[in-house]
Ligand binder design. Sequence first.
Ligand SMILES: Nc1ncnc2c1ncn2[C@@H]1O[C@H](COP(=O)(O)OP(=O)(O)OP(=O)(O)O)[C@@H](O)[C@H]1O
Ligand SMILES: [Mg+2]
Length: 530
Amino acid sequence: MPEDQAQEIETLIRARYPIIYVVSWEEDRVQNTLREVAQRRGKRLFFWTTTDGLLEDGQRGRSADTRDPVVAMDAIMASGDSAVFAFKDFHPFLKDVQIVRKLRDLTYNLKRSYKSLVIISPVVELPVELEKEISVIDYALPTAEEIGAQLDRIIESVRDDDRIDTDLSPEHREAIIKAAQGLTATEADNVFARSLVEKACFDIDVILDEKQQIIRKSGILEYYDAQEDIEHIGGLDILKGWLRQRTNAFTERARKYGLPQPKGILLIGVQGCGKSLTAKSVASLWHLPLLRLDVGRIFSGIVGSSEERMRRAIRTAESVAPAVLWLDEVEKGFAGTQSSSFSDAGTTSRVFGSFVTWLQEKQAPVFVIATANDIQALPPELLRKGRFDDLFFVDLPSLVERREIMRIHLQKRNWDADEFDLDALAAMTPGFSGAEIEQAVISAMYESFDADRPLRHEDVAKVCAETFPLSMTMREHIGQLREWAHSRARPASSAISEETTPALTSRARTLAGSRRRHSSSGRRWWPGRR
Ligand SMILES: Nc1ncnc2c1ncn2[C@@H]1O[C@H](COP(=O)(O)OP(=O)(O)OP(=O)(O)O)[C@@H](O)[C@H]1O
Ligand SMILES: [Mg+2]
């Protein structure tokens, strides 16, 4: 990767791009790359900092005059050399109109010379006037090989210390390197050292802990610790099967086998039926970190910087990859991409556009799981081919599924599910969502707790009988949702949720029938009851 980046920077310099903006926290590594490029191109290399001014690489001391950025730019304009000028600490100055003006003048001069300006900064904040003149490069974090080399150097340096255990099996070594990916070279060095001091060995938890800190600092992503077990999801057999089948999809072995990395899935469906629950369980099933992206928060600040926030979030997610990135209720976050009544519709669509492009083109092993329940607000671009591997429709649970969900929630609270007539409970809860079944168990427990006795079948049955499921009042909405999903998504479950309402059932059957008659592919939408 650093070789590629050196190449990329070299190409831009050769093509006489006047200003190259390298995004990185790691000045040291970028500096080394620039040295390499300058040497290859036979160019002189200068660095500018606000404390020392403009100095040639290797030159010591301070150039007091050129500490003023305008003076430094004048000096560059006056110089006739073939050279690269790398500016550190420069991005805060890009807010100053005078500096921006000066840069524009300088750009004109640079284009007609063999001089290039490189700005090294951890964030991208471009003044609009310069957007067209500046080429932005995201400088990649250290690769697995680089981290491996770092690890070897550390092992070498402590080899004689017998208090420290540096024996690593190949698997352990791979796991350590994977855990450290996403850290900068310095951060990786520090965390390895910390682990050796604290644990006298290379400890994965110490390293992962460090990664969590980094994500927290980014502010938009949330690191999910408590993860759900996929066994605690009732029903949704097709969806669970899909996910189980890909458990090892991010391993080296899968790459060697020639498998592409899964991109992501979009779960659409009825409220409270396990979409968020599934998202939370994927990461623990695959043993990957789970990051939640709060799309709303990206737009919460000043309009202009939403793009930067989205960019940061994506970069952070990529840097901890392999990882699962979860966007809950994605349609709400991106609401406004279609509507012109939004004052920031332009920004929203740009940010959305860059997200969608990333979805389609991403190389990093970030599995995106997005959930939505309002199809009206769902931007159609999300549904196009190539964005997600699959779209799943999560419907109300069927009879068999409700039985399973009932069992799960009783057992979760330490009741012996066999003491309950699960068939009867499932039969009396048509149209209930998973969330409502869970709620029924909890309400019943309040009653039995209040009566100071263990929970009984009758308690649950009573609450179920008294509950009006939301689907009764949302009949029409659910009908539309099903109809919409019918031609666009894959059912998450092979069991048909039959008894929502009589009207819906007959409608569903009609759909199933016509689908079966017309379907030439083997994939059927309503494959019938289990
Ligand atoms: N299939 C299921 N199996 C077990 N529990 C379920 C199931 N579906 C829902 N639940 C319970 O209901 C809770 C809420 O479900 P979840 O948050 O996943 O719904 P959702 O589909 O994301 O709904 P929304 O569209 O409202 O976000 C879950 O935490 C879980 O306890
Ligand atoms: Mg949800």
